[in-house]
Write a protein that binds this ligand. Structure first.
Ligand code: APR
Length: 290
């Protein structure tokens, strides 16, 4: 485990996306080699630790020296993949902390899952055709209106699928300005969160493109604040609000590319959900034109 300790030390010396990714890639390699790791146990069950921020985590030590830096506890060898799996599925913890008493390295659930599921650690953009309410990632974005009290189109579909609690929570948000974004739980939706944003009503004026850009930029920024790593967008403003797809899509693709470029330290999987083949064809076309 010396290499892992060196990679963690390198991250402390220079906190960067590359150094963080090197640790995740190395942990994935260790899992494939069925590497074991020391974990504290109580009655043979993994011991939970409460972090300063109040989060509960599972814990692992790369060696006994690391374990001895903290309060005494019983330890056992456990498969690294198994403790990552437990950290990901257990509702009782937010993730796994490696060497909590020394140069600790914290793995939120989403990283535990990415390591185990061979999920791409690079940010990525995908274009799919389908109903956004079926998206099983962390978050879907709703093309709402300023009242946030529901409507037709994708707004209606999301509220229908999420159930009445969504509207209840939206009532407490007291609306949303064009270009802004607000977040709620997903309730009956497979996605854990819904980010509600209000697109511009197309007028043909230059400011439409700024408002449309703000919707995507502010939604992504809000998603990062909530440690969301997979997010689905509908074609905001391209329905009832009349924004021509061929004008909107290049703005959307550039905005998301710029945001990912400015947030290299953060893995974000972005999925554009096109409700029909025509919309998908335009996204595909504009992507190849880039
Ligand atoms: N999944 C994915 N995309 C969808 C879905 C769905 N279930 N339903 C509709 N869409 C697509 C539409 O085909 C369009 O391409 O979402 C895009 C946005 O269309 P609208 O939902 O009409 O949203 P918008 O143009 O931003 O207008 C917002 O419409 O529904 C009202 O309350 C909403 O007043 C607000 C206005």
């Amino acid at each position: 485990m010396e290499t892992l300790e060196k990679l963690i030390a390198a991250l402390y010396a220079e906190p960067s996306n590359e150094n963080n990714k090197a640790i995740l890639i190395y942990l994935r390699k260790l899992c494939k080699k069925n590497q074991t790791i020391l974990i504290p146990v109580q009655e043979d069950r993994p011991l939970r630790l409460t972090m300063e921020q109040g989060d509960n985590v599972y814990v692992a030590f790369t060696n006994l020296k690391e374990k001895e830096l903290g309060p005494s506890c019983e330890v056992k060898e456990e498969s690294l993949a198994e403790i990552l799996r437990l950290s990901n599925v257990s509702e009782a913890v937010s993730g796994l902390s490696i060497n909590p008493w020394g140069q600790s390295y914290y793995l939120p659930k989403v990283y535990c899952e990415m390591i185990l599921d061979d999920k791409n650690l690079e940010s990525e953009i995908k274009i799919v055709q389908g109903d956004i309410t079926t998206f099983t990632g962390d978050c879907i974005v709703n093309a709402a209106n300023a009242s946030l009290l529901g409507g037709g189109g994708v707004d209606g579909a999301i509220h229908r699928k999420a159930g009445p609690q969504l509207l209840e929570e939206c009532r407490n948000l007291h609306g949303c300005k064009t270009g802004q974004a607000k977040i709620t739980q997903g309730y009956q939706l497979p996605a854990r969160y819904v980010i509600h944003t209000v697109g511009p009503i197309y007028s043909g004026k230059h400011e439409d493109s700024h408002a449309l850009r703000d919707c995507y930029w502010n939604s992504l920024t809000l998603a990062k604040q909530y440690d969301i790593h997979s997010i689905a967008f509908p074609a905001i403003s391209c329905g009832v609000y009349g924004y021509p797809l061929k004008e909107a899509v290049p703005i959307v693709l550039k905005t998301v590319a710029d945001w990912l470029d400015q947030n290299k330290d953060y893995t974000m999987h972005v999925c554009f959900y096109c409700f029909d083949a025509e919309t998908k064809a335009i996204y595909d076309q504009c992507t190849h034109m880039e």
